[in-house]
Write a protein that binds this ligand. Structure first.
Ligand code: AMP
Length: 278
């Protein structure tokens, strides 16, 4: 497994591989890897000849400086995990190379980046879109793998690729969970013990909502989930029942066959997100 820090070096490596007609699969990450990330790597290994993983904590997608400062960084362990998965290339660029000047690039994603995470984390998705565009241009992958855990992000990346005609196939991969149902996240390591015990209540409540099989209106279901989770000591930031394509909230089940329930919860100092098909 090669670990490459510089853009020029990875570009050269990739163009050699492409000259040999290898299919390249790309998994962008911010490190602090867990089984969720590894599931994307395994899927990429199945479908491509060469798998590239990037590890870059992207400063411009953080809207709170303390969140960026506290973001877990475990590069040595990450590299061991990737080696075990037979990952081929790891790209670990510096901030200086990724952002030689202050970024002015912007995008218009319509409503996609205004709702949910977009409303609570201003600028977050523009920061994500900028880094993903830059990484796609460097890696020149055939396929790129993203988790459905970040459902809104996945929809925005698909829209980015559509708007810019980037030649890449975007593959969405299912959410990987801990045994108790908590969606795996690099941020879980930051949960204090009390919050770690409460955190599985998020998925329990989402599952209960799915079991109700549309027996009440979306609005009432929203209130049930929010009240249930808030009663545990966690604090719901939002729970929206939305159209999975437009991400706009729905008021009537009849409008669509496959709604998505997306939630953000503050668990002490740590913010967690999750989602479920409804
Ligand atoms: P991150 O390092 O948090 O930026 O995540 C990198 C990629 O891994 C993103 O596409 C995430 O959606 C995906 N990912 C993170 N956690 C999970 C999970 N629990 N299950 C599946 N994919 C995940």
């Amino acid at each position: 497994m090669d670990v490459i820090q510089h853009i020029l070096e990875i570009r050269n490596k990739i163009s050699d591989l492409k000259a040999k007609n290898f299919r390249i699969g790309f998994v962008p990450t911010m490190g602090a890897l867990h089984e969720g990330h590894l599931s994307l790597v395994r899927k990429a290994k199945e479908e491509c000849n060469i798998v590239v993983v990037s590890i870059f904590v992207n400063p411009i997608q953080f809207n709170k400086p303390e969140d960026l400062k506290n973001y877990p960084r475990t590069i040595d362990n990450d590299l061991l995990m990737l080696e075990k998965e037979n990952c081929d290339l790891v790209f670990t660029p510096s901030e200086a190379e990724m952002y030689p000047k202050t970024e002015t690039l912007s995008f218009d994603f319509g409503a996609l980046d205004k709702v949910m995470e977009g409303a609570f984390r201003p600028g977050h998705f523009i920061g994500v879109a900028i880094v993903v565009k830059k990484l796609f241009e460097i890696i020149q992958q055939d396929k790129a793998y993203f988790g459905e855990k970040d459902f809104q992000q996945l929809q925005i990346i698909k829209e980015l690729v559509r708007q810019l005609n980037i030649p890449v196939e975007i593959i969405g991969c299912p959410i990987i969970r801990e045994k108790d149902g908590l969606a795996m996240s690099s941020r879980n390591a930051l949960l204090d013990p009390k919050m770690r015990i409460l955190a599985p209540e998020i998925y329990k409540s989402l599952q209960n909502a799915a079991l109700m099989e549309r027996s009440c209106t979306p609005q009432i279901l929203k209130e049930i989930v929010i009240n249930e989770i808030n009663a545990t000591g966690l604090r719901v930031e939002y729970f929206e029942i939305s159209n999975p394509q437009t991400l706009l909230p729905i008021s009537d089940w009849k409008a669509i066959t496959d709604a998505i329930g997306c939630i953000a919860v503050q668990a002490g100092k740590v913010r967690l997100i999750d989602n479920i098909k409804l």
